[in-house]
Design a protein around this ligand. Structure first.
Ligand SMILES: *[C@@H]1O[C@H](CO)[C@@H](O)[C@H](O)[C@H]1NC(C)=O
Ligand SMILES: *[C@@H]1O[C@H](CO)[C@@H](O)[C@H](O)[C@H]1NC(C)=O
Ligand SMILES: *[C@@H]1O[C@H](CO)[C@@H](O)[C@H](O)[C@H]1NC(C)=O
Length: 749
């Protein structure tokens, strides 16, 4: 219990750290907001606690008046401490006070941005960091293919921006409720719409103006300007910005009421290439990876092939059809496919039982504190007038309970709230209104149930949700995030990379119920994709000569398999486990490292055409695919699918031994020497030749062979490993390896 309490206190400190920033600000140049943490409260009387805090400040600053002017907050309930404006020397002095546990300046949070990019280590305050070196992405044009845009949103202001890059050839197309003169600016530089073969509802605008709220959210994640004081119903307060806050945004409206036709998307991608976008972000996915995925009939993969042939990277959502295997979408090897993780931020609702046990429920509830008698019911039909004014606990597993039925019953019975114990999911929709439905997992439900049976008059207190940020909140690949492998293209590891996509606060069409403030939190690979798009915009700015494959390689080989605090990343899903490459590809994106990867696994359009040859496509389709005027001829014999120069190796059908070739290009210091580190998958032997690489003025590119052999006697599941090239400096170029032994096959391979 006591260790639980201290965790709780630590979390609250972190929460308050964040809030003080919002309150702080202009005081005196010499002072900064400091958090003075005193540990457990000593006095039952909060007023007395505050008096003690003021007394401490008074003896430090010399007068009562200075003390009360300096103090911002007194923390006196869960723990004791205060936030005050202090100079560094005053902070040092007060830290020596015997009752002070810790004094923390909050300068770290002064440039509070959407949590997403802080979490990924991209700070504007870092003068040598990627954001500054990329000039905030000012010269980069991000093409966003989605449901359009709400141009009046603050995220699309152009106050900080210089002239539109002269090479831009796109334009803003006028239409219904969309006046390009008024609605476009130096941020929103292009708006086109494509309404072919889509059913248009009455609420749609015949223009790039968004009716279905999705496009603005996505576009703002990639490239929103700075917008201070943004929150999701008061949760997650801070300054919002996109990954590349000064990048220009070109909107291609291809989705109408949630449906985006291939034909429209392909046409839009074609226009975007001519317009001069620098990268494309598509938060679109198909429910079932259909057989035509890599063929010419799939708009996105076909359009993406042309884009990458012209040097334009294409980022696509891995889809929200997880957590089962084989649910990954957008599997073409030339696309950067993005998975979604949670952040180190959480908006749980504290549920306090009468025995002082507090449970953090996953549903964020915003509203007045609710206090009431607690009652357990087995089945929906027990929710009757007897549960009026009570808080009802129910388990989903019992009596085939259906959520809708439970919610209707609770509303009819006029119960105070409904607590549903069900499988673990990260609920993010904020609950504000009746009936109040709070979700807990089975373990938490069991704690509540045990409490109910332990007392004659069980009661519960439901407090308004809190914001928790920091190292205690583990990072997880989201339940919904699409998972590899791909049954269609098992030789290509997908997804490529993961980024935050859970409860991402960004701009929202104010017509959406609950988003009147112009902001909302959403979850999906739709959100993680523009996170990476914003980062790719920055990488493009610092490395304009890198190919799309080089950019992808830089992201994958430097990605982190732990969270930013060094803790493991888990995968939510059918059961909890450590995340593996089928959940997150190379891992969680690490933008600063990606800007200096050392080596890249490069590839170009010709390599992908050879891969299609290897995959058995006929030459006529490949010729069409590549829009070649002369017939394309596959090499004879056809190459191996394993040899496409991807920053990953995945061997789906290993019988005995196979050799795979990879080539790395030095993009680091000219004279570089790399050593090998291999972590072989379980039961697999890996030999690499050569096992050292030396680069110099003449040697920029080197190949190596990876021989993979199995010791398994029977068919195995996929096992995972990695191959890393490391130099004497800070470069670590790691690719994931996945290998499945298939001794017994019902078809020849
Ligand atoms: C921030 O927003 C909140 C609610 O929208 C508002 O009450 C508050 O005054 C704002 N603060 C600043 C500094 O603009
Ligand atoms: C719960 O906490 C309150 C206030 O700190 C205290 O008065 C009460 O005795 C505690 N109850 C139990 C069961 O520990
Ligand atoms: C890789 O193996 C192939 C086939 O055995 C061989 O021709 C090639 O020279 C090897 N490459 C390297 C870098 O060792």
């Amino acid at each position: 219990m006591s260790s639980q309490v201290s965790c709780w206190v630590l979390l609250v400190v972190i929460v308050l750290l964040k809030f003080t920033v919002v309150a702080g600000g202009a005081y005196d140049d010499q002072t900064k907001v400091h958090i003075v943490y005193l540990g457990e409260t000593e006095h039952d009387d909060p007023e007395l606690e505050t008096a003690v805090h003021l007394g401490m400040l008074e003896s430090l600053l010399g007068s009562k008046r200075d003390a009360s002017e300096s103090m911002i907050y007194s923390y006196r309930h869960g723990f004791s401490g205060f936030a005050a404006h202090l100079t560094d020397s005053q902070a040092k002095k007060i830290s020596e006070h015997p009752s002070v546990v810790q004094v923390t300046p909050n300068s770290y949070y002064e440039l509070q941005t959407t949590r997403t990019f802080d979490y990924l280590g991209v700070y504007q305050s870092n003068p040598t960091g990627l954001l500054r070196r990329a000039n905030l992405g000012e010269d980069i044009i991000i093409g966003v293919f989605d449901s359009g845009v709400w141009p009046e949103l603050e995220s699309f202001n152009d106050r900080e921006l210089g002239p539109i890059p002269a090479r831009w050839k796109g334009r803003c197309v006028d239409g219904e409720k969309f006046d390009s003169k008024k609605n476009c600016n130096k941020k929103l530089i292009g708006t086109r719409y494509y309404n072919m073969d889509s059913r248009i509802s009455k609420t749609e605008f015949m223009s790039a103006r968004e009716s279905d709220p999705h496009g603005s959210h996505v576009a703002s994640i990639a490239g929103s300007s700075f917008v201070p004081n943004v929150s999701n119903h008061g949760l997650g307060i801070g300054t919002m910005r996109g990954g590349a806050p000064n990048a220009r945004i070109a909107i291609y409206k291809v989705c109408w009421q949630g449906s985006c036709s291939d034909a429209a998307t392909l046409k839009a991608m074609d226009d975007a290439i001519a317009d001069g976008v620098d990268l494309m972000s598509l938060s679109l996915a198909k429910s079932i990876p259909v057989l035509t995925e890599t063929s010419k009939q799939n708009g996105i993969s076909y359009g993406a092939f042309h884009a990458i042939s012209k040097g334009i990277p294409v980022l696509c959502a891995g889809g929200n059809y997880g957590p089962s295997a084989y649910t990954i979408s957008n599997i073409a090897p030339w696309i950067i496919t993005v998975a979604a993780t949670s952040l180190d931020r959480w908006f749980p609702t504290p549920l306090t039982l009468d025995n002082n046990v507090t449970i953090l429920a996953r549903t964020p509830y915003k509203g007045k504190e609710i206090q009431g008698d607690l009652m357990f019911v087995e089945c929906a039909n027990e929710i009757t007038s007897a549960t009026k004014d009570k808080v009802v606990l129910v388990f989903m597993t019992r009596c085939d309970n259906l959520e809708e039925t439970l919610i209707t019953k609770v509303a009819e019975a006029d119960s105070k709230a409904l607590i549903i114990a069900s499988k673990r999911v990260d609920a993010i929709s904020v609950v504000e209104f009746n009936p109040i439905v709070i979700r807990v997992d089975y373990e938490q439900g069991t704690v509540i149930m045990k409490y109910i049976s332990s007392t004659s008059l069980p009661t519960i207190k439901i407090s308004s949700a809190i914001t928790l940020i920091g190292p205690l909140i583990s990072t997880k690949v989201a339940d919904f995030s699409g998972r590899g492998p791909s049954s269609l293209s098992p030789y290509v590891l997908k997804p490529d990379i993961a980024a935050p996509g859970v409860a991402i606060v960004a701009a929202c069409n104010p017509l959406k119920p609950g988003a009147e403030s112009g902001f909302t939190a959403e979850s999906g690979t739709s959100m993680s994709t523009p996170v990476v798009a914003g980062l790719v915009a920055l990488l493009r700015a610092v490395h304009p000569d890198w190919s799309p494959a080089a950019l992808r390689s830089a992201l994958v080989t430097t990605a982190s398999t732990t969270d930013p605090y060094g803790e493991p990343i888990f995968a939510e899903g059918l059961s909890q486990k450590l995340a593996d490459p089928f959940d997150f590809g190379g891992g969680l994106v690490n933008p600063e490292k990606a800007s200096d990867p050392g080596l890249v696994y490069d590839a170009g359009a010709e390599d992908y055409l050879r891969f299609l040859c290897a995959s058995g496509y006929d030459e006529t389709s490949i010729t069409k695919m590549a829009s070649k005027t002369t017939p394309y001829q596959c090499p004879s014999p056809r190459p191996s699918m394993l040899d496409l120069n991807l920053p990953s190796i995945t061997v789906p059908f290993l019988k005995g031994e196979v050799t795979v070739t990879r080539t790395v290009t030095n993009v680091g210091p000219v004279f570089s020497f790399y050593k090998l580190i291999v972590e072989p998958p379980f039961g697999v032997t890996i030999d690499v030749a050569p096992n050292v690489l030396a680069f110099n003025t003449y040697v920029k590119q080197l190949s190596f062979n990876v021989t993979i052999s199995t010791t398994h006697q029977a068919n195995s599941i996929y096992y995972f490993g990695s191959l890393t090239w490391t130099d004497c400096s800070h470069h670590k170029v790691t690719i994931p390896i996945s290998v499945r032994t298939q001794k017994l096959m019902y078809f020849n391979h």
